[in-house]
Ligand binder design. Structure first.
Ligand SMILES: [Zn+2]
Length: 693
């Protein structure tokens, strides 16, 4: 049952009618000229602003991965299987099944494909994606409504796919200046009357405020604030509110029983309202919502534990791949609104660990659920349903058991993740640099090889900054500036929270470390072409603790895992092709290891190898630890619908561990989580090493 359905069933009819009375809009008094004049006043009041897609370009290993993503699912989904092969957003298609999924997933794909095209100057991708935008914005209904008749007729909660699709239109406008987008969105929201209070329909506030920032039309701000207020009232009327009210976000403890994607999408809205209004209560709510996630729900790879609903953080918990895209998108808004570099740390952790750990390294197959520990990933290995207590005998749809396997279409009938994956790297890359509008400067917000072009200084002057680095596989980033003439501006550099001894040099001369404020240092000076800044971020090995006495090994922004020897086997799947096969992945080597207690004689050893062109396939770093096998820690097999299902087990009982180890101590070579598919990330650890084997 969706959150929306549960909430609807708990609200009486009269209250609902009051809530859904159509919002009276202010008189249409704003002329285009007045709106233009108000635009600058309405534009962002946050700490940092995003740059148009294309202002930041990927270099080095990031460019390699983006190209692989394009050559993988991104440029093939539309030919591979339904509903990607449909004409959703490209014709007024009726939906054969009565759901909004085709428009949601094609919206994700369109957004990601367009951004990939703009970042790589790939006209084919730009044309493929922009034709959906051009069709939709060229065919508004008489009242300005954009999109399919089917969604319009379906009523409340069915404008969620619009919020997804309009992100593509917004990126298209900001990169091309296509004026039909802003005017189309203004008419859609102001003239096509609708209630944005139900479930994810409220996420349309994102596009309302984007349009407000570009038009200054106060009616859009009124609609956005009113939609949010009524949505909150609507949620609060339901019993328990399922963790989606501002009040619940300010309370201590874990999140309620709430859908992971819905939480990610809704909790960004108050941050956007704060940017538009400067009302602190909005920002407090958005920050509180993320704090609950950070304190209670993050898995080692940095993605919230989301087996549909937000969950616990054991080694067998999992994240839906969508949440490796949706949470960083939300945290990017928080980063812009607060100027707090901590959100950059969170985004990097997902992008360097949990995200790539969910995909085949050719980007041609991915999981729906991905776990820190996964020892087998087949069409019959979904341990998440098992551990969550889902009565397996009631699982009627056979595809449900495939949710942990690597397929071009993992999961069940919902195929959100493959479409959404197209957005992952473009979103990261575009937010590596942000504008400091008030200071007329630049902020380096996320790291990796990149270059940015932006106008800075009191007399706007274009500068290009290259970030030369193998980060996160190296700890040094060299920023090189190019400019036609000297210009004074502040350059903000993020200092990750895990780094205890950062160092900075300018033009090869060390400087005293400036004060770190909200995770950033600021270098304000007159910059000249050829100037360089080197940021050194020394990384140290650390151990993180997880439930059931589990531990994981980390170094800087990277989590390390043991890559289990594995075998890929092609399997039949209706949503696959010879070029994009479905896979079963089974272990061919041992994985049942416990780490020895750490001592002066037994410490993890880090080894740096030469940087590779494709670090997600060929990891350039490793950490060696010592371990012993654990007897009786084996895969678990159960019967599901008259078939055997073999699954990853939970960690062994810590109380019995010492007496369960066997064999001699042996070294294990761990590699970055990103480079693994079958893996052990969270290990049992012996408190004392038994003398006998
Ligand atoms: Zn998904």
């Amino acid at each position: 049952m969706s959150d929306y359905t549960r909430i609807m069933s708990s609200i009486n009819r009269r209250e609902l009618l009051q809530l859904t009375a159509t919002l009276p809009l202010a008189a249409a008094s704003a002329t285009a000229t007045a709106a233009e004049a108000a635009t600058s006043a309405a534009r962002s009041t946050g700490a940092f602003d995003e740059l148009p897609v294309g202002a930041v370009r990927p270099e080095g290993w990031l460019r390699t991965q983006l190209r692989k993503q394009v050559d993988g699912v991104t440029s093939h989904l539309q030919h591979l299987y339904a509903p990607f092969t449909s004409k959703a957003w490209l014709a007024d298609e009726p939906d054969p099944k009565g759901s909004w999924w085709p428009w949601e997933v094609r919206g994700y794909w369109c957004d990601g494909t367009l951004r990939c095209g703009l970042l790589l100057d790939n006209q084919t991708l730009i044309d493929e994606a922009s034709r959906l935008i051009k069709y939709t914005f060229s065919n508004p209904a008489s009242d300005g409504y954009l999109g399919p008749t089917a969604l319009r007729a379906a009523g409340d909660a069915n404008r969620w796919p619009h919020a997804v699709f309009f992100r593509a239109a917004m990126a298209w406008h900001d990169s091309t200046g296509d004026k039909t987008i802003v005017e189309g969105l203004r008419r859609h929201y102001l003239e096509s009357k609708f209630n944005y209070i139900a479930d994810r329909a409220t996420t349309n506030v994102e596009a309302m405020l984007w349009t407000y920032e570009r038009t200054g039309d106060e009616r859009l701000l009124t609609l956005a604030e009113d939609s949010w207020a009524r949505s909150q009232k609507f949620l609060a009327m339901s019993e328990g509110s399922f963790g989606l009210t501002e009040q619940s976000w300010l309370s201590p403890g874990p999140c309620g029983e709430v859908h992971g994607v819905t939480y990610a999408e809704l909790t960004k809205i108050p941050a956007l309202l704060y940017r538009a209004t400067r009302e602190q209560r909005y920002l407090s709510a958005a920050i509180g919502a993320q704090r609950k996630i950070f304190e209670h729900h993050l898995l080692p790879g940095g993605v919230p534990s989301t087996s549909e609903i937000l969950s616990t953080t054991t080694a067998r918990d999992a994240h839906e791949v969508c949440n490796a895209i949706d949470y960083p998108w939300t945290w990017g808004y928080l980063l812009g609104a607060t100027g707090d570099g901590m959100y950059g740390d969170r985004i990097e952790r997902v992008t360097f660990n949990g995200l790539p750990g969910s995909i085949r390294k050719d980007f041609k197959a991915l999981q729906y659920y991905s776990s820190p520990n996964q020892f087998i990933c087949t069409g019959h290995s979904d341990h998440v349903s098992s551990m969550k207590g889902t009565p397996l005998a009631t699982i009627k749809e056979w595809r449900y058991l495939q949710r942990m396997s690597y397929r071009p279409s993992p999961g069940h009938s919902v195929v959100c993740c493959p479409g959404n994956l197209s957005r992952a790297l473009p979103n990261y890359i575009s937010r590596m640099w942000m504008a400091d509008r008030r200071g007329k400067g630049l902020a380096a917000t996320l790291y990796g090889p990149s270059r940015v072009t932006h106008r800075v200084g009191a007399t706007p002057t274009e500068v290009e900054v290259h970030a030369d680095t193998a980060y996160p596989y190296a700890d040094s980033i060299l920023f090189r500036l190019k400019t036609q003439r000297e210009v004074e501006f502040p350059l903000h550099l993020r200092v990750p929270g895990w780094c205890k001894a950062p160092r900075i040099s300018i033009n090869d001369a060390d400087i005293p470390l400036p004060q770190i404020r909200d995770g950033f240092v600021t270098l304000r000076r007159v910059w000249r072409s050829g100037d360089s800044v080197r940021l050194q971020l020394p990384m140290t090995m650390t151990t993180s603790k997880w439930p059931q006495d589990g531990i994981a090994i980390e170094r800087g922004p990277l989590v390390y895992a043991y890559p289990i020897e594995q075998q890929w086997t092609k399997v039949d799947d209706e949503r696959s092709s010879p070029e994009f096969p479905a896979w079963d992945l089974t272990p061919t080597g041992a994985w049942n290891y416990a780490l020895l207690p750490e001592s002066d004689q037994n410490k993890p050893v880090f080894q740096q190898q030469s940087m590779t062109g494709d670090p997600w396939s060929e990891p350039p770093a490793s950490i060696t630890v010592n371990a012993r096998r654990v007897r009786d820690w084996q895969l678990v097999t159960t019967r599901v619908n008259d078939e055997d299902a073999t699954m990853t087990p939970r960690l062994p009982d810590p109380a019995l561990l010492t007496n369960s180890v066997t064999g001699a101590s042996q070294p294990l070579k761990l590699v970055p989580y990103a480079s693994t598919e079958l893996r052990v990330t969270v290990f049992p650890r012996l408190k004392v090493e038994p003398l006998s084997s």
